[in-house]
Design a protein around this ligand. Structure first.
Ligand SMILES: NC(=O)c1ccc[n+]([C@@H]2O[C@H](COP(=O)([O-])OP(=O)(O)OC[C@H]3O[C@@H](n4cnc5c(N)ncnc54)[C@H](O)[C@@H]3O)[C@@H](O)[C@H]2O)c1
Length: 343
């Protein structure tokens, strides 16, 4: 049994994470910490475990195998460093850090204390990304030259996610899904970034829209955006030199284009042969949860395997650090109005 503690029993901690710990054999809830008395009471009623208002008191316990950090974004890295220094293995929700220096601090603390640091990037286990990787690597649409990942909504909010001092803003909130996923599909590191960020409707001082154009080492153009629109673009648009893939919700449409090897006068006048197919994703896991933005059960099973020393966690810290560098570059590019190189 992995004796697990949740630090931050709010909207996400009490649902996605507490739900996984509750359902998955191999995990048991050993402690919950939240500064909010009502949240503590709910956790105590649900799990019958000790609850804490002060996370340092919880970290002083010697019997915790894993601490899951689900507090506000600005608290993740400092709390993770404290937990690692207290000798705990740590899983940190996204965004695991506000910037590269914070990420490096966590990695150094994990190495120093010989403990595992598990970055929570569930979107890497999303059912659409998994299927798209299969399609692209099978050559279904030829050589991919552009990947566009978009989410649009007029969904408004007025909580801490609109304030920079708490690590709010849509880049840190949605970037770990929308920037990371197309880069995972591209499979080549980012070399340069141009970007825009705007604050359109939400209160506070953080952006509620971002648009980033990234170029990878192999020349693929990757566009990631969270924006406001009704009837916007599909979630994914993937363009290859022999076809196109469009993903809308759980529907994947594929256009495979046959072109002649040599394009002379005769071929130039012919219409290319286009084969169209459509498939529906099975976007629900064994616990009835949507897996469009990641599979919680897969993430927790991967954490269990990593804690048992069976295999490395499916999100390596080096990969999470690379994403943080890209998010930093997007912010810098948006603020400066100039392209930013990523090494
Ligand atoms: N799909 C995902 O992976 C996903 C989805 C939603 C949210 N998140 C992430 O989860 C984090 C939390 O988001 P949320 O919507 O649950 O926020 P929230 O405000 O509902 O929850 C944060 C909780 O932390 C508690 N807290 C604050 N300071 C604390 C302290 N010092 N000690 C103990 N507890 C403290 C708050 O009382 C609150 O209950 C965010 O960083 C967000 O990015 C991830």
């Amino acid at each position: 049994m992995i004796r697990t503690a949740i630090l931050g029993y709010g909207r996400n901690g009490s649902t996605m994470h507490a739900g996984a710990i509750e359902k998955l054999p191999g995990f048991t809830m050993a402690a919950v910490c939240d500064i909010d008395a009502e949240a503590r009471q709910k956790a105590a009623d649900r799990f019958g475990c000790p609850v804490y208002a002060d996370y340092r008191e919880m970290l002083a316990r010697g019997d915790l195998d894993l601490v899951v950090i689900v507090t506000r974004s600005s608290q993740h890295a400092p709390m993770a460093v404290d937990a690692l220094n207290a000798g705990k293995n740590v899983m940190v929700t996204k965004p695991w850090a506000l910037n590269e220096p914070q990420a490096l601090e966590m990695i150094a603390a994990a190495q120093r204390n010989k403990r595992l640091l598990l970055p929570w990037l569930p979107a890497r286990t999303a059912c659409d990304l998994i299927r798209l990787k299969e399609l692209v690597s099978s050559g279904a649409i030829g050589r991919v030259f552009q990947i566009r990942r978009s989410e649009y909504s007029f969904g408004l909010r007025s909580d801490w996610q609109t304030l920079r001092e708490f690590g709010g803003g849509y880049l840190l909130n949605w970037g770990p899904h929308l920037v990371d996923q197309p880069l995972q599909l591209a499979g080549s590191p980012v070399r340069s970034v141009s970007a825009h960020m705007k604050q359109l409707n939400n209160p506070g001082d953080a952006e509620d829209m971002f648009y980033a154009v990234m170029t990878t080492a192999d020349g693929t153009i990757v566009i990631a955006e969270w924006s406001m629109a009704e009837g916007g673009l599909p979630g994914w648009l993937i363009q290859g030199d022999r076809g196109t893939i469009r993903v809308t919700g759980e529907k994947i449409e594929i256009w495979r284009v046959s072109l002649p090897a040599v394009i002379g006068e005769k071929e130039y006048r012919q219409k290319p042969v286009v084969e169209y197919s459509v498939e529906e994703l099975d976007a629900v896991n064994e616990y009835g949860e949507s897996t469009l933005f990641g599979d919680t059960a897969v993430m927790y099973r991967a954490a269990a395997a990593a804690l048992a020393g069976e295999k490395p966690f499916l999100v390596p810290t080096a990969g999470a650090l690379e994403l943080t560098r890209v998010l930093d570059a997007i912010r810098e590019a948006a603020q400066s109005g100039a392209a930013v190189a990523v090494s």
